[in-house]
Design a protein around this ligand. Structure first.
Ligand code: ATP
Length: 363
């Protein structure tokens, strides 16, 4: 198979890469599997804590070596150490070692807003897309990055097909849909492959999608996170300065308990909490217009008050949202005056009212 042949060619090329302390990368015990997809080659080098910088030249040489045999694929090489991320800074400081690299702005992107949830299936991606479109409707230049490795759904929600173009200099040209610039980690994977992408590869893919995409100038980049509190979240929160995070929850208590964990992590990482959205909040009967609070109501609002974070609004459970999502025709663009679109637009306005810095600066 072509992918195996390329993986072997990469491994052979890595035999020519020297590592600190002598020896070559191909025979180094800390080398990960070499993952080859239709458009990408990914590998990680696991090193002892504190050795990351020393392995920098080997990482660069590995990158070049893999590119030479990768037949045009995007190459992602990451160096990782086994430190527990939450305590890394403290331990490193206590031992006089440098901590993680400081958060870096992404050129051209004024603000990054992450959309997260405690668990899957609460409508996080649907909210992320419609929120991005609602911010664009307020006059902002908006992009969306689908970082949900385990269920990338932005391409489907926006009706995007195929892989993004890669320029000659290796930089991605993002897709454009409904006025949004869009990139998805899903386009780096072949179906069913997410399970073999271990932490370092996933975080390396995130870094490259974020920093090696020609986003142009954006007022806001919305990042659709995977549910929960994993490597992608830590990687994003550590490497980029965020304007804040929005948490999506359903009214059920269970979802709120999970959401609480995501909120705790965002607190610990010192990311501003922009607020909580309650999705699938209530159902309005199409014939009578009567409202039904089918899961109980107000759970997210009460939770937001308890936590001391803004409650941004509620989105009804509505077939139109499901159908337009499944058809790649998001409701904010295709039926902007409908009640569902108005719910998302009210949430966008609430966010802008609380965080005016997201708006483009005059002049
Ligand atoms: N308000 C809503 N009304 C009706 N259907 C909705 C609503 N919000 C989301 N859905 C539907 O629920 C399903 C899950 O939504 P979505 O993919 O956005 O969730 P998610 O939290 O991002 O899930 P995952 O983590 O699995 O990606 C989709 O079929 C979507 O169309």
């Amino acid at each position: 198979m072509a992918d195996t042949r390329i993986a072997e060619a990469v491994r052979a090329a890595l035999a020519g890469v020297e590592i600190p302390g002598g020896g070559d990368l191909a025979s180094y015990g800390g080398l990960s599997d070499i993952i080859v997809t239709q458009s990408a080659v990914a590998l990680a080098i696991s090193v002892a804590p504190g050795m990351e910088a020393a392995f920098g030249p080997a990482r660069e040489a590995a990158q070049r070596a893999a590119e030479a045999v990768g037949e045009g694929r995007k190459v992602m090489v990451s160096v990782t150490s086994d430190r527990a991320p939450a305590t890394a800074t403290g331990q490193a400081a206590a031992q006089g070692r440098p901590g993680p690299a400081p958060r870096q702005p992404v050129p051209g992107i004024r603000n990054i807003v992450a959309v997260g949830s405690g668990k899957g299936g609460v409508g996080k991606s649907t909210t992320a897309v419609n929120l991005a479109l609602a911010l664009a409707a307020e006059g902002l230049r908006v992009g969306i990055l689908d970082a949900d490795l385990y269920g990338p759904s932005i391409p489907k929600l926006l009706g995007i097909e195929g892989k993004p173009a890669v320029r000659e200099d290796g930089i991605f040209s993002p897709h454009e849909a409904y006025g949004l610039k869009a990139m998805s980690i899903g386009s780096m994977l072949t179906p069913g492959q997410a399970v073999v992408w271990r932490g370092p590869m996933a975080t390396s893919a995130l870094r490259q999608l974020l920093r090696e995409t020609d986003w142009g100038t954006l007022d806001v980049l919305i990042v659709d996170l995977p549910p929960g509190t994993g490597d992608i979240q830590i990687s994003l929160f550590q490497q980029a300065e965020l304007a804040g995070a929005v948490i999506v929850s359903t009214p059920q208590d269970l979802a709120l308990i999970d959401a609480q964990k995501a909120i705790d992590m965002i607190h610990r990482m010192n990311i501003p909490l922009l607020g909580l959205v309650e999705n699938m909040s209530y159902f309005v009967a199409p014939d009578t217009g009567k409202r039904y609070d089918i899961f109980g109501h107000g759970g997210a609002q009460a939770a937001a008050e308890r936590i001391g974070m803004p409650f941004l609004g509620e989105v009804p459970l509505h077939m139109a949202i499901r159908e337009t999502s499944d058809a790649g025709k998001p409701v904010v663009s295709t039926d902007p005056e409908g009640a569902e679109a108005k719910a998302f637009r009210a949430i966008a306005r609430e966010i802008l009212a609380n965080t005016p810095g997201l708006r483009p600066t005059a002049g």
